[in-house]
Write a protein that binds this ligand. Structure first.
Ligand code: G3H
Ligand code: ZN
Length: 288
């Protein structure tokens, strides 16, 4: 199937009162697992490549982007490609030619005025090049450069400020800080569902939840019911991938062929993808 634009998948989900799930990929096995899991679940999904993943590829976005596009185009699932957590303007400018239909420009760590200034500029350029734009206000912690915990005062997204931010920057969607935190390996996060409801009611753009690996299934369902439309998941796939490899090598220390352990790691991720895609996308969600 041809690639879908991310904006279409998000807007369709919003109109249907559900969300679309977005998975961060690092290796080809991650990509294959997202494709297989989305097919198995029967729901659309967004394949995301982060700036950190590009950095891991020695700064070259094309190998992973092209592999993701090839796998997605060969799939029966509806999939889009999204460039995630971009802080580098040079990488932003490569998004369209690398095959992405959307980008998250990440100035969430900056003070409000600076965030508005750089995001407005990035969004204008991205729109001229046909890209759908996500940005962040508030700060979802847990990244290596995180200035604060997601639970400290002042870090969560303020609804009034969010409305002004969307109007001033012209972004198409907003990542908000509502209690989740990046890179959690245990699913213990508790979200502020009242805040999600206030943000959804006050904004005319879809909301994005980052750091969703640490959010339990029932909290994810409640977040979607309260108005969350795009749900980003990365670490959960890495937990599945690494656990499967660790277990396999523990039982078979003589193994040297990577296919022997990557097969199981890929299947573990596909199973996680299928489960999480269903949790996030299954209707009816807003009635709960
Ligand atoms: O943008 C990516 C997500 O926020 C992933 O966060 O690795 O904590 O699931 P996570
Ligand atoms: Zn994130």
């Amino acid at each position: 199937m041809t690639l879908c634009p991310t904006g279409d998948l998000v807007n369709e989900a919003r109109e249907a009162g559900r969300a679309v799930v977005a998975f961060n990929v690092i290796t080809l096995e991650h990509v294959e697992a997202v494709v297989a899991g989305a097919e198995r679940a029967g729901f659309p999904a967004i394949v995301q490549v982060s700036e950190n993943a590009v950095r891991f590829r020695e700064g070259d976005v094309l190998p992973l982007a092209r592999a993701a596009a090839a796998c997605a185009e060969a799939s029966s699932a509806r999939l889009s490609l999204h460039l995630d957590h971009v802080t580098d303007a040079a990488l932003l400018r490569r998004a369209h030619d690398a095959g992405f239909s959307s980008v998250m420009f990440d100035a969430g760590a900056a003070p409000y005025d600076e965030n508005v200034r750089v995001t407005r500029e990035a969004a204008a350029w991205a729109h001229q090049h046909g890209l759908w734009v996500e940005a962040e206000l508030g700060y979802v912690g847990g990244k290596p450069d995180a200035p604060a915990s997601a639970h400290e005062d002042g870090v969560r997204t303020d609804p009034g400020e969010a409305a002004a931010y969307v109007a001033e920057t012209g972004v198409d969607s907003l990542a908000v800080a509502v209690g989740s935190s990046h890179a959690m390996t245990e699913r213990t996060a508790r979200l502020d569902h009242d805040l999600i409801g206030h943000l959804a009611a006050g904004l005319d753009v879809p909301l994005v939840l980052h750091g969703s690996s640490g959010v339990p299934d029932d909290e994810l369902r409640r977040a979607v019911a309260a108005g969350m439309t795009k749900v980003n998941i990365g670490t959960a796939l890495n937990v599945a991938f690494t656990s499967a490899i660790r277990d396999h090598l523990g039982e078979h220390p003589e193994v040297v062929d990577p296919r022997t352990y990557l097969r199981g790691a890929r299947e573990a991720m596909a199973s996680a993808v299928a489960h999480l895609a269903a949790v996030v996308s299954e209707p009816p969600t807003r009635q709960q």
